[in-house]
Design a protein around this ligand. Structure first.
Ligand code: PEP
Length: 249
């Protein structure tokens, strides 16, 4: 109980330095609930992470959008968890559906990545979610449970993990899950944690929803008992992100 509301903004592969400057001014000037009520993390592309970290208001934090699965070395084009820790980037998003689908990241690979990032002192936003086909065939819970199990098999430090339920059919489509659909899966995930990890982990782990969250739908979604916040894509690049943060109130 007492889970602090969490709002993450995933900027994905968007933004020029000029656009990011404008977005930062907007975020830095925004009135939002205090850090006792909501934890806010924004995730710019790697290149902008250090400058965003230093320019962003001190009550918001930053996340990388990915990191390598093990210690750095001869892995051209990758960024290691050690590098993120070295630059004091506290959070990393792992297992986003775009990476699972476009870069063939398997459940096991995602589990390994999360375990390694945690071992380097990073906190992780771990994403799970079913495709439309999987939902329509009735296997949503089975799919997200298997994704969660592949993570749980590799980690024990759940206190540094936020679990993001992001149905693939809702990401970037404008087709948001209904509050009841989100609540149903979040409750199933919490029950899964209770049964397979512990009552403590189940009651303290934040389970956030992602998929076409906006200023208009966030209040009702955020009011669901097992929805502990959001991972926001498109709307995190706009002033609307501030309204979404206010759903914590
Ligand atoms: C996301 O990419 O994590 C996401 C939820 O995107 P959107 O809000 O644009 O659907």
């Amino acid at each position: 109980m007492g889970r602090k509301f969490f709002v993450g903004g995933n900027w994905k592969c968007n933004g020029t330095s000029e656009e990011i400057k404008i977005l930062l001014s907007l975020l830095n000037a925004g009135q939002v609930p205090s850090g006792d009520v909501v934890e806010v993390v924004v995730s710019p592309p790697f290149l902008f992470l250090p400058s965003v970290r230093t320019t962003l208001r001190s009550d918001f934090h930053v996340a990388a959008q990915n990191c390598w699965v093990k210690k750095g070395g001869a892995f051209t084009g990758e960024i290691s968890a050690e590098m993120l820790a070295n630059l004091r980037i506290p959070w990393v998003i792992i297992g986003h559906s775009e990476r699972r689908a476009l870069f063939n990241e398997s459940n096991e690979f995602v589990g390994d990545k999360i375990a390694y990032a945690l071992s380097q002192g990073l906190k992780v936003i771990a994403c799970v979610g079913e495709s439309l086909e999987q939902r329509e065939s009735g296997s949503t819970i089975e799919v997200v449970a298997a994704q969660t199990k592949a993570i749980a098999d590799k980690i024990s430090k759940w206190s540094d993990v936020v679990l993001a339920y992001e149905p693939v059919w809702a990401i970037g489509t404008g087709k948001v899950a209904t509050p009841a659909q989100a609540q149903e899966v979040h409750l199933e995930l919490r029950n899964w944690l209770q049964k397979n990890i512990s009552a403590e982990v189940a009651s303290t782990t934040r389970i956030i929803y992602g998929g076409s969250v906006n200023g208009g739908n966030c209040k009702e979604l955020g009011a669901q008992p097992d929805v502990d916040g959001f991972l926001v894509g498109g709307a995190s690049l706009k002033a609307e992100f501030l309204d979404i943060i206010k759903a914590a109130e």
